[in-house]
Write a protein that binds this ligand. Sequence first.
Ligand code: ATP
Ligand code: MG
Length: 321
Amino acid sequence: MTTIAVVEGDGIGREVVPAAVTVLSTINPDWEWVPVEVGYARWQRTGSSLTSSDLAVMKEVDAVLFGAITTPPGGEYPSVILQIRKALDLYANIRPVRAPGVDLVTVRENTEGLYSGIEWEEEDRACSVRVVSKKGTRRIAARAATLARERNGHLTIGHKANVLRSDQLFLSLCTAVADEYQIPHTTRLIDALCLDVLLHPEAYDVIVTTNLFGDILSDVTGYLAGGLGMLPSANLGDRHALFEPVHGSAPDIAGTGRANPIAAIESGAMMLNHLGYPEQADLIEAAIQAVMLAGIKTPDIGGSADTRTVTRAICRALQSP
Ligand code: ATP
Ligand code: MG
């Protein structure tokens, strides 16, 4: 029996996650979906955004399907997704981008780098420590090399080793892991990479990089896919996995029915791949393609359909391929 924790969260998370569950249930009607209510809305009501029993549920299930959580500016509200990533040790953030002539994946280290959390303020300056550990680098490199092997592809290591001592370590360890896995690999300075991936996306397959660089690079590559509403992601650890659309809670369109469900549905397809159902993931991809070709699209990608219409069309395409 497969059990999935479902965290809709806030804003359009409450619209696109149910859409993904609907599509996944069409293929797997016997799966168990365990709702977990976390996020800003609950914090406003109860003063708690995430509890240890919520985390216990997320650790017990086979995977977590996550929507989006509003993090209000101000600072007194702790970021829920950061807490979850830490508690589940989800060290790899995987973002595939597919479009005509483009099929690449960024693999971002998700626990250290410049987001190590080691920060302080002094009288005349503020400091953030960039941490690159051997353990953290080896595991992200192994994850990226494994992915490149599964894809019969190659690996690009994005770095700034000409300036940063921490990236000299990152570069040398990633290179050693790629050699060990016998994966063809190249290295690129991250600034040059950010431009080149837009000019020559077909030259890239799997790209591995550190936390901040990956944050920026995955937004750059996201541009290739035609917008936030199309981008899925996975957060993977060695024991737990969480799948979420790249976009946030989009309060500007929440409740209007116009949210594009494809990023969430594609995240569901990534979850199927991860759980060992690649054929089902392919079926969902094919259904999405068919629906897009038929012009059934939400406004963000040039259509006029609403979330439910797109979702129903994808379910219909699955039932009669
Ligand atoms: P958050 O604070 O939760 O990140 P945000 O205001 O940054 O929210 P995002 O979700 O990051 O909003 O979205 C940025 C823009 O992209 C918004 O204008 C939003 O309407 C649009 N957008 C994001 N996701 C979708 C989607 N699935 N469908 C349609 N438009 C989207
Ligand atoms: Mg945002």
